[in-house]
Design a protein around this ligand. Structure first.
Ligand SMILES: NC(=O)c1ccc[n+]([C@@H]2O[C@H](COP(=O)([O-])OP(=O)(O)OC[C@H]3O[C@@H](n4cnc5c(N)ncnc54)[C@H](O)[C@@H]3O)[C@@H](O)[C@H]2O)c1
Length: 236
């Protein structure tokens, strides 16, 4: 699980553990990964905290090797780590654009590649890529992020074709808004009368009253982690 220390990542880790999974909690912030791994362990699950920068192939390979060695192999990869700095598109520097794409897109590639061997050896597996509703509707001040989240959909479909015949399913989920700390920073940096703030606040309220809160973000992810390996390339 990448980005395990964040809002959605932490929720998925604890829910996967509650569903019986052993969870490797990977994050660029070591303390966050350790905190979530502890929470999993406190609830009786087996866990491992990992420091990783998903944008760095060597860092990812090291983390995956350690996971395979200490936990015995990888059945499910949840590609979740992402960054979404708020900036007008005219203010995004080339370096900032590259960093967002390196974390949000190349990071998913690094992780899928690094986990592939273990999944193949185990006769199959599941890759779950976290995209975003922002790709469907377009959002202001997030051009690099929204571009990366759209690319994840193509990445998911193409990879599903490549690895489906080997029993590895690849799916994307595109959550709506839910109030993680990072998302709050984004939304509440808009004036109170802006359309983006109104839309996201509405989306958060409707999600909070139904199933999509930071406590239970897994109705989408957990079933995909359990799916049998009857790959339908490019499915959802
Ligand atoms: N919050 C929302 O409303 C929302 C909506 C749609 C999609 N999403 C998606 O859900 C996922 C999680 O979002 P969130 O709101 O929980 O974000 P978040 O900022 O709370 O968590 C992201 C986590 O990723 C980690 N991270 C950042 N860069 C990393 C790197 N290079 N390597 C490893 N870890 C790294 C961060 O330390 C953090 O713990 C993202 O993919 C995001 O695009 C969120």
């Amino acid at each position: 699980m990448t980005g395990a220390g964040g809002g959605l990542g932490a929720g998925i880790c604890t829910s996967l553990a509650a569903a019986g999974a052993t969870v490797a909690c990977a994050d660029i912030v070591t303390g966050s990964a350790e905190r979530i791994a502890r929470q999993v362990a406190e609830r009786g699950g087996r866990s491992l905290a990992l420091h990783v920068d998903v944008a760095d192939g060597a860092s990812v390979r090291g983390a995956v090797e350690r996971t395979a060695a200490e936990l015995g192999g990888i059945d499910v990869l949840v590609n979740n780590a992402a960054i979404y700095p708020r900036r007008a598109w005219t203010q995004i520097t080339e370096e900032e654009w590259d960093r967002v794409l390196a974390v949000n897109l190349k990071g998913y590639f690094h992780c899928a590649r690094a986990c592939y061997r273990s999944m193949k050896e185990r006769g199959g597996g599941h890759v779950i890529n976290v995209s975003s509703i922002t790709f469907m509707v377009g959002f202001e001040m997030l051009l690099d992020y929204v571009s990366s989240k759209g690319a994840i959909v193509g990445f998911t479909r193409a990879l599903a074709h490549e690895v489906g015949p080997e029993g590895i399913t690849v799916n994307a989920i595109a959550p709506g808004a839910f109030p993680t700390q990072t998302w709050r920073l984004y939304v509440y940096s808009f004036p109170s009368n802006s359309a983006t703030r109104a839309f996201t606040s509405f989306a958060i309220q409707s999600r909070s009253s139904s199933r999509m809160t930071t406590r239970s973000p897994t109705p989408l992810a957990v079933p995909r982690a359990r799916q049998h390996s009857t790959c339908r390339p490019g499915s959802n």
